[in-house]
Design a protein around this ligand. Structure first.
Ligand SMILES: NC(=O)c1ccc[n+]([C@@H]2O[C@H](COP(=O)([O-])OP(=O)(O)OC[C@H]3O[C@@H](n4cnc5c(N)ncnc54)[C@H](OP(=O)(O)O)[C@@H]3O)[C@@H](O)[C@H]2O)c1
Length: 264
């Protein structure tokens, strides 16, 4: 179980993966603050969770792509001493090749998938480091590891989420703050519908239910994983990937270019 009892703030809690986090964190006894744009859906979820569990659930409607509304959520994260867990789940993405979507769409995605996530992550990281406790869960995507297989702009934003989480884990992990990047594969949510795509075109054996994804991700958090890939059958594949990455380390910065470039 999560080491630090207290309130969990979940962004993107009105549907899909974020809604599943809200349910499962309530079942673990966390009080909740639910964030998304759709206030009516948040209130309906809060009422239901309040009836079904003993936790207290507050809704905080906000469009995280809007600076003033993001700032209000950031300030809550920074100052609410009861906060023990931040789940950055709000996100959106286009499907298909990057150039098939209008350029403005990527600016909006950057505001939500990158800027808002980074702002809330740093606010929580500072507050949690000050208390030597707390956990930050950032929902990235498996496409962070295979940008060649998906929309390049979206994949790059999810690679940012992965790198931010790994880097911060190295910086503040020793201060008692837990960081976890979750890398879902295809998950049955409104994500595809919102992007104008049909999840029915994807083979059923590739699609995970949101509740299963979140249950696995929380098990990964309990196990102390910094990176959780719920679909990955063999953990050894990830460990080999990480070992290869760190083997590059000693040769990533030298005074002279490598001999193979033939520069003498
Ligand atoms: N589904 C997949 O296959 C998949 C795979 C890998 C990663 N992911 C990631 O998982 C996360 C959750 O997505 P999902 O699959 O659960 O999709 P979803 O059902 O569409 O949920 C997206 C959530 O983000 C919220 N949101 C969207 N724009 C927002 C904004 N401007 N401000 C605040 N909240 C906003 C939505 O609520 P409102 O509309 O009420 O604002 C909703 O609660 C995303 O980060 C996504 O990139 C999904």
């Amino acid at each position: 179980m999560i080491q630090h009892a207290g309130t969990a703030l979940v962004t993107g809690a009105s549907s899909g993966i974020g809604a599943a986090y809200a349910d499962q964190l309530a079942a673990r006894g966390h009080d909740l603050i639910l964030v998304a744009r759709d206030a009516a859906r948040l209130r309906a979820a809060a009422d239901r969770i309040g009836r079904e569990t003993r936790v207290s659930v507050e809704v905080m409607p906000a469009d995280l792509a809007r600076p003033a509304e993001l700032a209000a959520v950031r300030d809550r994260v920074a100052t609410d001493a009861s906060l023990a867990l931040l789940v950055n789940c709000a996100g959106l993405g286009p499907l298909g090749p990057s150039l098939d979507s209008p350029a403005e769409l990527y600016d909006g995605m950057l505001d939500l998938n990158v800027r808002a996530l980074q702002t809330l992550t740093f606010a929580a990281a500072r507050a949690f480091a000050g208390r030597s406790s707390g956990a930050i869960i950032n929902v990235a995507s498996a496409v962070a590891l295979i940008p060649e297989r998906f929309n390049a702009g979206y994949a790059a934003q999810k690679a940012f989420v992965l790198a931010l989480t790994q880097g911060l884990a190295a910086e503040i992990g020793r201060k008692g703050v837990r960081l976890q990047a979750v890398l879902p594969g295809v998950t049955r949510t409104e994500f595809f519908e919102r992007a104008g795509a049909d999840i029915g075109q994807i083979p059923a054996e590739m699609i995970m239910e949101a509740r299963d994804l979140v249950a696995a991700a929380l098990a990964g958090l309990d196990a102390g994983e910094t990176v959780t890939i719920p679909s990955l059958t063999d953990l050894g594949d990830w460990q080999a990937f990480e070992a290869a990455r760190f083997r590059l380390g000693p040769n990533l910065s030298h005074r002279v270019p490598a001999a193979r470039y033939g520069l003498g």
